[in-house]
Design a protein around this ligand. Structure first.
Ligand SMILES: [Zn+2]
Length: 90
């Protein structure tokens, strides 16, 4: 959940989509304000991807693949989300 990110010292996390060109960085503080500390990270992916045309895709292979590369590359992370995977795998 978001509170884990705060506890781990993250101030910003990168967001990227494997299917479209959406890339960005979101402030953890802003996410906290908007969604609260108990929000699960997998849920956040869908929220962050709002606006991606692929999010509504009917084709599973065409679905938006938004993910958190910062967390995916945090090898020393104890977060259960350290190996978060895209919304759907190839
Ligand atoms: Zn996308």
């Amino acid at each position: 959940m978001l509170a884990d990110l705060v506890a781990a010292g993250y101030r910003q996390i990168d967001v990227a989509c494997t299917k479209c060109d959406r890339r960005g960085r979101v402030s953890v503080a802003r996410l906290l304000t908007e969604y609260g500390p108990d929000k699960a990270l997998p849920d956040l992916r869908g929220l962050i991807a709002v606006g991606c045309p692929r999010l509504q895709s009917r084709s599973i292979t065409d679905l938006c693949g938004v993910m958190f590369p910062t967390l995916a590359s945090a090898k020393d992370s104890n977060l259960p989300y350290g190996k978060i995977t895209p919304l759907q795998s190839e």
